[in-house]
Design a protein around this ligand. Structure first.
Ligand code: NAD
Ligand code: GDD
Length: 327
């Protein structure tokens, strides 16, 4: 039986990845600073611990592990990463997790490690035209990410590759493009656009309106978490280190995305475009490399993925509305 460690296993993608590994017959240890809010924590062993502490990394990284999946990071959507107020914490916390896990993996002789990078590492200058962003893997340099979160991801990609080069740990690196789905953060300030828009629509009165940050012409592509987990597993089982994009190529403007969610809800709502943290003007995954190296790329249509997510977020909104008000 293969043994895996999922760092950040209490989080959104980590929770889904644990389920996938379990369904493949793995024994799974998870570590996270917090438990999974939605009970999506089916690991054989779940350790609550802070990976900024090297002693915690030493405790969870054992020599019997076949694989490590490093997803622990201080992470959020535009409202968290583009305000500037969380920059020091993002860089400090995420780098420490990466350093501690890599060092422990080296000391314990773990053979293979996955690292979750982000499309936020791509240079801003290639993402100014909302209809024509460039995010092919080789366009990463000259580097000019638009956020410190992106710079940290770029540095950490390099960190993982140095441990591969100097210490023989096989690194597998994917650049995620805006992953969403059930059990994803949907309120509280760290939520990304897909969940935020679903929440706003679910909470709106029929005939009312929802707020969308910016002019709504900015573009993104959004990938359902099941496809993300599929891509992680395929990359991990391949001979290709990456970094490689893991995203959808179905680019959409934010206003068109909001219209799609409104249509799914069956409500009659208008859109107010208001000022807010924006990030890059346009972004889309470029899937040439993943297709070439893995013979696979995500293919689930956006609408189908949004329907599933809207249903789940509507349920969360209803549950919250039924909760007794705090004293
Ligand atoms: P998430 O916030 O749900 O998961 C990250 C987990 O890491 C959280 O549960 C958090 O508690 C944990 N964590 C943070 N600091 C920790 C620490 N010091 N010790 C232990 N655990 C700690 O986010 P997610 O969407 O599941 O993202 C997983 C990974 O994928 C992250 O590295 C993120 O940067 C990367 N990523 C995600 C997206 C996306 O759209 N969701 C896009 C690009 C990259
Ligand atoms: N979060 C959010 N909430 N974004 C909104 C909202 C809202 O209510 N309304 C409009 N937007 C707009 C943002 O202004 C931004 O232009 C766009 O939707 C996308 O926002 P996010 O989904 O929050 O973030 P992102 O795509 O800019 O970056 C995210 O994806 C990266 C990977 O592709 C972040 O989550 C990064 O952390 C992640 O690495």
């Amino acid at each position: 039986m293969k043994k895996a460690l999922v760092c950040g296993g209490g989080g959104f993608i980590g929770g889904h990845l644990i389920n996938r590994l379990k369904s493949e017959g793995y024994w799974v240890r998870a570590v996270d600073i917090k438990e999974n809010e939605y009970g999506n924590d089916n690991a054989d062993e779940f350790i609550v611990g802070d990976l900024r502490d090297p002693n915690v990394a030493d405790e969870v990284v054992t020599s019997d592990l076949d694989e490590i999946y490093q997803l622990a990071a201080d992470m959020g959507g535009a409202g968290f990463v583009f305000t500037g107020t969380n920059d020091a914490a993002i860089m400090h916390n995420s780098v420490l997790c990466n350093l501690n896990i890599l060092e422990a993996a080296k000391n314990q002789g773990v053979k293979r490690i996955f690292y979750s990078s982000s499309a936020c590492m791509y240079p801003e200058y290639n993402q100014m035209d909302p209809n024509n962003p460039k995010c092919s893997e080789e366009s990463a340099y000259p580097a000019a990410p638009d956020s410190e979160y992106g710079w940290e991801k770029l540095f950490s990609e390099r960190l993982f590759l140095t441990y591969q080069k100097n210490h023989g740990i096989e690194a597998r690196i994917a650049r995620f493009h805006n992953i969403f789905g059930p059990q994803g953060t949907w309120d509280g300030g760290r939520e990304k656009a897909p969940a935020a828009v679903c929440r706003k629509v679910a909470m709106a009165e029929d005939g009312g309106s929802i707020d969308i940050w910016g002019d709504g012409k900015q573009t993104r592509s959004f990938l359902i978490v099941d496809e993300c987990v599929e891509g992680i597993r395929r990359l991990m089982n391949s001979d290709f280190s990456g970094p490689v994009n893991l995203g959808s190529e179905e680019m959409i403007s934010l206003n068109d995305f909001a219209k799609m969610v409104i249509d799914i809800s069956g409500k009659n709502l208008t859109i107010n475009n208001i000022p807010g943290p924006l990030g890059v003007r346009g972004r889309n995954s470029d899937n040439h490399l993943i297709q070439e190296k893995l013979g696979w790329a995500p293919s689930t249509p956006l609408r189908k993925s949004v329907e599933k997510t809207y249903d789940w977020i509507s349920e969360q909104v209803q549950k919250k509305e039924l909760e007794p008000a705090e004293a």
